[in-house]
Design a protein around this ligand. Structure first.
Ligand SMILES: C=C1C[C@]23C[C@H]1CC[C@H]2[C@]1(C)CCC[C@@](C)(C(=O)O)[C@H]1[C@@H]3C(=O)O
Ligand SMILES: O=C(O)CCC(=O)C(=O)O
Ligand SMILES: [Fe+2]
Length: 395
């Protein structure tokens, strides 16, 4: 699906999404930030019908929201991998999962549960801010950092029933820290939230590098290969909030997609809603407080020369309970060339499946030309090969 810019959305929708009598400040903030719509779920819920912008046609989740089978996959014990005790067992589980659907979960990951709880708590404070404050920190066109309400500033149909708050993390001393981002963008009083997320992102980066080792071992690649590649990663942290939705069968929290990024480390609360496409059907990922969900993304699929699958997943909503998730998207440094290691290029495994590219190009593609879905990578290469960058890209 191509990206539709906000100015093509017709004005009647704004009266549906924006409630003038209670949101004068929000309306002013929306105008100032040149965002035409405000996502106001509690007011939207008072309307008898779901606005058409939120209706996902041709989907099968009407049935799926009733009773969905749970994904029954063994959870990888990272503790025993890290201690070197059961390296082969963990690597085999990961290999199977990534060859089949690109999804697994890890426990004994070493991330302090109090830090996870604190991250949920701080996310709650941000989403509870008055709508005009949230609109002032709206994500800028072409960028990923900031607040977004149903992506209503970017798209005109298939709007996701969610609010998101995202920011970048590199872990490098030279880059502005998360604390600084929170202070300057959210407000001085959010310094504590900034510290919580600084620590959370540091923990995610450490965990991501350990998982990179596990992935390398599972692929038969030199153990530190992917760790070194992602040592200077520039990742994206995102907090998702899915409000309850009375029309849960028509709406979608996050539509079906593969993450364009490399690896996703996701924590979901106890409400449930994440589904993975495996074995030709959608399966529910049962919430597990002590586990992180790991998804292979498009960029890692390219790094593995297409061996490991980019995970197709989505998040459905429900009519009773608000749901939250914390998502850390691992991305290479923007100018690094994405290409598989030599071990994955032998004749038996096949020659290059994809051309070289940089994360900066793929990021730009998803932010300015194409709404990420299940076909992002294929569409990206088509665009890359047909654009005038074709000279930069060698097979
Ligand atoms: C590069 C990115 C595109 C998205 C934000 C980052 C990381 C993952 C992507 C996304 C979450 C995949 C699902 C669809 C999407 C549009 C969303 O619903 O939020 C995607 C992000 C985006 O472009 O905002
Ligand atoms: O919230 C979830 O469970 C899924 C979110 C997701 O897939 C994403 O943000 O990319
Ligand atoms: Fe995702």
């Amino acid at each position: 699906m191509s990206l539709v810019m906000a100015d093509s959305i017709s004005s009647p929708s704004s009266t549906i999404l924006l409630c003038p009598q209670t949101t004068t400040a929000a309306a002013a903030a929306a105008a100032a930030s040149s965002q035409p719509f405000v996502f106001y779920p509690s007011l939207l819920q008072k309307q008898p019908d779901l606005p058409k912008e939120f209706i996902w046609p041709n989907n099968d989740h009407a049935a799926a929201s009733q009773a969905v089978e749970e994904l029954n996959e063994p959870i990888v014990d990272l503790g025993s991998f890290l201690s070197g005790e059961a390296t082969a067992v963990a690597a085999q589980l990961v290999r199977e999962a990534c060859l089949n659907h690109g999804f697994f979960q890890v426990t004994n990951h070493g991330v302090n549960p109090d830090l996870i709880d604190a991250a949920y708590e701080e996310a709650g404070k941000i989403f509870e801010l008055p709508v005009n404050r949230k609109l002032r920190m709206t994500r800028k066109p072409g960028g990923v950092s900031g607040y977004s309400g149903a992506h209503a500033d970017r798209y005109s149909s298939n709007l996701p029933w969610k609010e998101t708050f995202s920011f970048g993390f590199s872990g490098s001393e030279e880059m502005p820290s998360v604390v600084e981002y929170f202070r300057s963008v959210v407000g001085e009083e959010f310094e504590r939230s900034g510290w919580v997320y600084q620590r959370y992102c540091e923990a995610m980066k450490e965990l991501s590098l350990e998982i990179m080792e596990l992935l390398a071992v599972s692929l038969g690649v030199e153990k530190t290969h992917f760790r070194s590649f992602f040592e200077d990663s520039s990742s994206i942290m995102r907090c998702n909030l899915y409000p309850p939705c009375r029309n849960e069968r028509l709406a979608m929290g996050t539509g079906p997609h593969c993450d364009p990024t490399s690896l996703t480390i996701l924590h979901q609360d106890q409400v449930g809603g994440l589904q993975v496409f495996a074995g030709g059907r959608w399966l529910t990922v049962k919430p597990c407080r002590s586990a992180f969900v790991i998804n292979i993304g498009d960029t890692f699929m390219a790094l593995s020369n297409g061996k490991y699958k980019s995970c197709l997943h989505r998040a459905i909503v429900n009519r009773e309970r608000e749901r939250r998730s914390l998502v850390y998207f691992v991305c290479p440094r923007e100018d690094k060339v994405v290409k598989p290691p030599p071990e994955l290029l032998c004749a038996e495994l096949g020659l290059r499946q994809y051309p070289d590219f940089t994360w900066s190009d793929l990021l730009h593609f998803t932010q300015s030309h194409y709404r990420a879905d299940e076909a992002t990578l294929k569409s990206f290469f088509k665009w890359l090969m047909s654009s005038n960058r074709v000279d930069d890209c060698s097979m």
